[in-house]
Design a protein around this ligand. Structure first.
Ligand code: TYD
Ligand code: MG
Length: 452
């Protein structure tokens, strides 16, 4: 055993220091240093995992060959990973408690027929996992469940089972005896993650790792955890709605603009291959204050409903409330509408809602939001066959957005007859190649004219 030592770690960035300091010299945060007892690894401890030796090689002599990937049998997960799981890679999946991380990975493990999976949980017993597996449906009989939190035992079991994939739920429960501090502490997370990383690289077995998220939405544990793994995926969504989005935040083997959409059901997560159809809620009856935005999330076009309700404020200070859309951006749009087209909104309550519980940060939704507000304010309905895509600037100009062609084709595919776009979006597009009517607008004033 080694000599124990006290070290202070910054809980924000993982910077370490021999004594307590008020301000972290690395990330500049105040009051983030926490004391942890660690013992330095002895030679014996450190020698547990062998590293592959590398020698300097001329770049032209290295064969480029694509990384070997294994198919996860899940279209959405494959897409987000950039075409499958790369051998020897470590993928971290973060998300709030209860969002469905364990369900997602257990489902992946149970669906990978023909592959041997070692599913290790430090959070739930084998019986609990089995109950969940029964609910989801077991297709892969070669899925081994293990209750273990000690990394050395995990590596030992892995040697016996020889899996094609290791799933660990979660990094915060793991511990190693090299370090004395409790599981979930910064130094434990750092050390166990680096052991896993070395194990994955030396054995070529990919590791899917679950990580918890703190109150403010960051992955618990230091930022170094994100640097250590190859891929970071974020699982998010509103818990009261069925939709879940799997987003890639970092990917050494693919693009980070990909996105997978799931729906939580009583028998696990269902992959949503055509999201627009679900997001456009029951629209038999048209009402004022509803506008459809042609959005793009990641690389995928999505048509989504925005709803606004404007009413006379009952109290002195009008309320502004927004679900799924940035409140500051809503305030900005209201100010632009007031200043540039003369609507009197400052004395009104404004409520805005994005259907399906999704959070939207594509700026192309701006004109749909503005249209929904104008529609509710003037009490005129927007015909259900129109959709919108464009960003609104401070001077009331309507700016072009990315992926214009994708948006137009998706709207056309879903049977929309008109799409309202920025005039500047039409530069590289021939209107004639689409059946859908394209209506260009330059200013918010033009938008008002089209609507009223
Ligand atoms: P879980 O996967 O345990 O979330 P996490 O690991 O991210 O904390 O939990 C998911 C929630 O999903 C839980 O509240 C129950 C629900 N659920 C379903 O609705 N259907 C299912 O088939 C399963 C397995 C869970
Ligand atoms: Mg869980």
């Amino acid at each position: 055993m080694a000599k124990a030592k006290t070290i202070y770690f910054c809980s924000n960035c993982g910077h370490q220091s021999g004594k307590w300091i008020g301000k972290c010299p690395s990330c500049g945060e105040w009051n983030t240093f926490e004391e942890e007892v660690i013992s330095k690894p002895t030679k014996k401890d450190a020698g547990n995992i062998k590293l592959i030796k590398s020698v300097p090689t001329a770049v032209q002599d290295i064969s480029s060959g694509n990384e070997k990937r294994i198919n996860t049998n899940s279209i959405e997960l494959n897409r987000v990973l950039g075409g499958g799981l790369v051998l020897g890679s470590v993928v971290l999946i973060g998300g709030e408690p209860g969002i469905g991380k364990s369900t997602l990975l257990l489902q992946v493990a149970l669906n990978m027929v023909g592959k041997k999976i070692l599913y290790i949980s430090g959070e739930e017993s084998q019986q609990q996992i089995k109950m969940r597996a029964d609910r989801i449906g077991i297709q892969n009989v070669e899925c081994y469940l293990l209750n273990e939190t000690f990394t050395d035992s995990i590596f030992k079991h892995s040697k016996n089972v020889k899996p094609d994939l290791i799933v660990i739920d979660s990094i915060q429960t793991l511990h190693t005896d090299i370090i004395d501090s409790s599981p979930g502490s910064i130094s434990q997370i750092r050390e166990t993650a680096s052991q896993l990383q070395r194990y994955a690289k030396s054995s070529n077995i990919p590791v899917l790792l679950i990580g918890h998220i703190t109150k403010d939405g960051n992955l618990a544990g230091p930022k170094v955890l994100e640097h250590m793994v190859d891929t970071v995926l974020q699982f998010e969504g509103d818990r009261h709605y069925g939709f879940r989005i799997l987003r890639s935040v970092k990917n050494r083997f693919g693009s980070t603009s990909e996105l997978g959409i799931y729906e939580m059901q009583s028998n696990g997560l269902r992959e949503v291959l055509n999201p627009s159809e679900i997001l456009l809620s029951n629209r038999d009856e048209i009402a004022s204050g509803v506008a459809i935005a042609a959005m793009v999330e990641g690389q995928r076009p999505l048509l989504i409903e925005t709803q606004a309700l404007i009413s006379t404020a009952a109290f002195g200070t009008p309320q502004r409330s927004s679900t799924g859309f940035d409140l500051r951006r809503l305030n900005m749009l209201l100010a632009v509408l007031e200043k540039r087209s003369g609507f009197r909104i400052s004395s009104k309550d404004v409520f805005l809602n994005i259907a399906g519980g999704l959070k939207v940060d594509d700026p192309a939704i701006d004109i749909a939001v503005a249209a929904a507000i104008i529609s509710s304010l003037e009490d005129v309905e927007i015909p259900p066959n129109i959709c919108f895509a464009g960003e609104i600037g401070l001077s009331g100009e309507i700016r072009t957005v990315s992926h214009v062609e994708n948006r137009i084709s998706e709207a056309e595919k879903l049977g929309f007859e008109k799409i309202i776009l920025s005039k500047y979006s039409l530069k590289n597009i021939s209107k004639k190649s689409y059946k859908i009517e394209i209506i260009p607008v330059r200013k918010v004033r033009d938008l008002v004219e089209v609507l009223l």
